[in-house]
Design a protein around this ligand. Sequence first.
Ligand code: ATP
Ligand code: MG
Length: 203
Amino acid sequence: EVPTESGSGRRRLGVMGGTFDPIHHGHLVAASEVAALFHLDEVVFVPTGQPWQKSHKAVSPAEDRYLMTVIATASNPQFSVSRIDIDRPGPTYTIDTLRDLHSHNADSDLFFITGADALSQILGWRDATELFSLSHFIGVTRPGHDLTDDGLPEGKVSLVEVPALAISSTDCRARVAKGDPVWYLVPDGVVRYIDKRQLYRGE
Ligand code: ATP
Ligand code: MG
């Protein structure tokens, strides 16, 4: 059964992990939509730790990604940001994120929100059995990625359609590097922060 109903009396905490380099409106719409559909009390955004390399290029400093995430979520009383992954040494594994959040939120049921692209790798994740014991998983639609539950464990994963926003951090970075605007793809404060810190210029 899909746990969309509040009624157990336990807090319902959404977890939105990501590199957030930069955070954009696709992330925010996905979190907002899932929060409404699943009656979540809060969604905590968790920027990944630093030594993570995407392809050969290192990501922006953790502190910049953390601050952009704070700026983007500050006005929403249901959204918060956690430093647990950026303060933990070494690469980020979802199992560690969920173990830490679980131990710090014993009163809450966790709902890990992830894009269809990442969801398709869920079964390949290490410690899949423990992952599913710690959290429910919610896969959200993302343009260009099919949403299918083939092979996913029954009852542990929900697939939801969110308003499709064809926005990616990769595209935002490329636009900044070319001098193209990212207004309205990311929140206004994030546009200003990227400019102030001169992020993504040399790419
Ligand atoms: P990059 O292009 O650098 O990979 P990204 O846009 O995918 O960045 P991430 O920080 O990697 O952003 O994404 C965090 C989570 O948000 C992932 O689970 C991803 O699938 C999801 N996500 C990213 N963009 C969207 C979007 N436009 N709609 C729905 N989900 C999204
Ligand atoms: Mg991505």
